[in-house]
Design a protein around this ligand. Structure first.
Ligand code: 5AD
Ligand code: SF4
Length: 462
C-alpha cells in the first residue's frame, strides 16, 4: 500500500474535527494526503448516522469504491456508521479492511500498524467502557485562523431519538490543563478564534476538578492572542447561569449560545427523554435575555416525533414566538436503529412532518426578518471569511455568528482571518449587509486586526 491517503468526511463539526486529528495522525506517520481517491493507497470514509438512511448511503458509496478494488488500495470506514454497523460492513463490503468508531481512535496508530502489515478485518469498536479521549500530537487544522478543540467526547444523555450515545461512546472530558495547553499552542500559531466542541459541551467536567466549564471558557478567553471563543452544542439540562455571567464579563467570549430545545411541548420533551420541561428551558432563555450583552440564541428542533399532536406542534410554534431565535435548524423526525423512538407508537405520516416543517420554517423566517432589524445602524466587528467576487463583497462573521456581507475598499481589502468594524446598513432574514468602516476618529485601531499565521509545529517523537 502506498503511503498516500484520501479522506471524505460527513456529519457534524465533531466529525470534521476528528478528521483533522486522523489526518494529523496519518501525516505524522509519513502519509501524504491526496485530493483524488484514484491516487490514494488508503481511502477513508468518515461517516455520520444522525438522520435519514445514512447506512444505505454508506453502502452505496462503498459500492463505488468497489470498482477501484485490486489496485493495491485499502479502504477504511470510520465514524458513526462504522460504530453502528460494525462487522456487518465487512460482510457487505469485503474489500473494506478497517472499521472504527470515534471512541477507538486513540488506538489508531496501532490499527494503522496492523493495516500496514497487510492485516484485514481490523475493528476499533467501542463498548462504552473507555475513559480515554482522542488527543493527538499534531492536528491538521484546515483553517489557520479558527480552530476546534474537543473538550468532551461521547454522550450519556440517551434522548429517545438519538444515535449519538451508541455511536460516540460514554461521556468523557479532557483535563482543563490539557485543553489550556492546546489553546495556548493554537494562539501561538496565530489562531484567533477557538471553538470548543462536545456533543454536550456544557456537560464538561474537568477530571482533575480544577475548573468548571464556565471557568474554562474564561481561562481560554484570557489567553493572549485569542480574540473569539465559541462553544457548541449546549444541553439545556446542564446549562448553568454562570455561563451567561462568563459571557457578560469576558469580551472574547462570543455573544452566541446554541441551545437546542427540540420541542416546545413538555409532553413531547418527556417522551423524548430530554429531562427538562418547556418552563425549565424558558427560565434559561430568561437568563440569557437578561444579560448585559445582546446574546444571540439558536436552536435545533424536531417535528413529527412519535405521538406529537397538532396541539404539541402549536406549542413549538408559540415557543418560537416567545424566544425569537436568531436561527433554527429544524428536522423531520427520522427513526434511527437501536434508539427507543424506533419502536414508539403513533408515528406521524411523512406528509404531516413535511407540512409541520414548512410551517415552522416559514414562521421562523418571519421572526428573523423582524428580529434582525435590531442590528440596523450598529457597528459590528466581523471576522473576514471569504470574498464574493461576483457581488464584490467581503463575507464576514459577527460575534453573534451571523453572516455579514459588506463592501470594502477594493484596493485595500481586509485579509482573510482579519477583523474589521462594519456598519450594518441592511438586514435580511438570514444575513446582514454593511460597509467596512475606515479608520477614523470614531473607530479605534484595535478594531482592525491583521492575522499572523505561523506554521504548525510537528512534535517529533523518537
Ligand atoms: N431525527 C431527526 N432529527 C434528529 N436530530 C438528532 N437525531 C435526530 C433524529 N433521529 C437532530 C436534533 C439534534 C440535531 C443535531 O439533529 O435536533 O439537535
Ligand atoms: Fe453525525 Fe451525530 Fe455522529 Fe456527528 S455525532 S457524525 S451528527 S451521528
Amino acid at each position: 500500500m502506498s503511503k498516500t491517503f484520501y479522506i471524505e468526511t460527513f456529519g457534524c463539526q465533531m466529525n470534521a474535527h476528528d478528521s483533522e486529528k486522523v489526518i494529523g495522525t496519518l501525516e505524522r506517520r509519513g502519509y501524504a494526503r491526496v485530493q483524488d481517491e484514484v491516487d490514494a493507497g488508503l481511502i477513508l470514509y468518515n461517516t455520520c448516522s444522525i438522520r435519514d438512511k445514512a447506512e444505505q448511503k454508506v453502502f452505496h458509496r462503498l459500492n463505488e469504491y468497489k470498482k477501484m478494488q485490486g489496485e493495491g488500495k485499502r479502504f477504511a470506514v470510520i465514524g458513526c456508521v462504522a460504530q453502528q454497523e460494525g462487522e456487518k460492513i465487512f460482510e457487505r463490503a469485503p474489500y473494506v479492511s478497517l472499521v472504527a468508531g470515534s471512541a477507538s481512535y486513540r488506538n489508531l496508530p496501532e490499527m494503522l500498524t496492523r493495516l500496514e502489515a497487510g492485516e484485514t478485518r481490523i475493528t476499533g469498536l467501542d463498548d462504552r467502557q473507555t475513559d480515554e479521549t482522542f488527543e493527538t500530537e499534531f492536528t491538521a487544522r484546515s483553517n489557520p485562523h479558527r480552530g476546534y478543540i474537543t473538550i468532551i467526547e461521547g454522550c450519556d444523555k440517551f434522548c429517545a431519538y438519538c444515535v449519538v450515545p451508541y455511536t460516540r461512546g460514554k461521556e468523557r472530558s479532557r483535563t482543563a490543563a490539557s485543553v489550556l495547553v492546546e489553546a495556548r499552542r493554537m494562539a501561538d500559531e496565530g489562531f484567533t478564534e477557538i471553538q470548543f466542541l462536545g456533543q454536550n459541551v456544557n456537560s464538561y467536567r474537568d477530571p482533575s476538578g480544577r475548573m468548571s466549564f464556565a471557568e474554562l471558557l474564561v481561562a481560554v478567553g484570557e489567553i493572549s492572542g485569542v480574540r473569539r471563543v465559541r462553544f457548541t452544542t449546549s444541553h439545556p439540562r446542564d446549562f448553568t447561569k454562570d455561563i451567561v455571567d462568563a459571557i457578560d464579563a469576558t469580551p472574547t467570549l462570543c455573544d452566541h449560545v446554541h441551545l437546542p430545545v427540540q420541542s416546545g411541548s413538555s409532553a413531547v420533551l418527556k417522551a423524548m427523554a430530554r429531562e427538562y420541561t418547556r418552563d425549565w428551558y424558558l427560565e434559561r432563555m430568561s437568563w440569557i435575555k437578561a444579560a448585559k450583552r445582546d446574546i444571540s440564541i439558536t436552536s435545533d428542533m424536531i417535528v413529527g416525533f412519535p405521538g406529537e399532536t397538532d396541539a404539541d406542534f402549536e406549542e413549538t410554534i408559540t415557543l418560537l414566538n416567545v424566544v425569537k431565535y436568531d436561527a433554527v435548524f429544524a428536522f423531520k423526525f427520522s427513526p434511527r436503529p437501536n434508539t427507543p423512538a424506533v419502536t414508539m407508537a403513533d408515528s406521524i405520516p411523512d406528509e404531516v412532518k413535511t407540512e409541520r416543517l414548512r410551517i415552522l420554517m416559514d414562521r421562523q423566517r418571519e421572526i428573523q426578518r423582524e428580529h434582525y432589524g435590531r442590528h440596523l445602524g450598529q457597528v459590528q466587528e466581523c471576522m473576514v471569511e471569504s470574498y464574493n467576487t461576483v457581488r464584490r463583497q467581503v463575507v464576514g462573521r459577527s460575534s453573534q455568528n451571523k453572516t455579514v456581507n459588506f463592501t470594502a475598499d477594493l484596493d485595500n481589502l481586509p485579509p482573510i482571518g482579519g477583523y474589521v468594524p462594519v456598519r450594518i446598513t441592511q438586514t435580511l432574514p438570514n444575513c446582514l449587509v454593511g460597509e467596512a468602516l475606515a479608520a477614523g476618529p470614531n473607530v479605534s485601531d484595535a478594531m482592525f486586526f491583521v492575522p499572523v499565521v505561523r506554521k504548525p509545529q510537528f512534535v517529533v517523537l523518537n
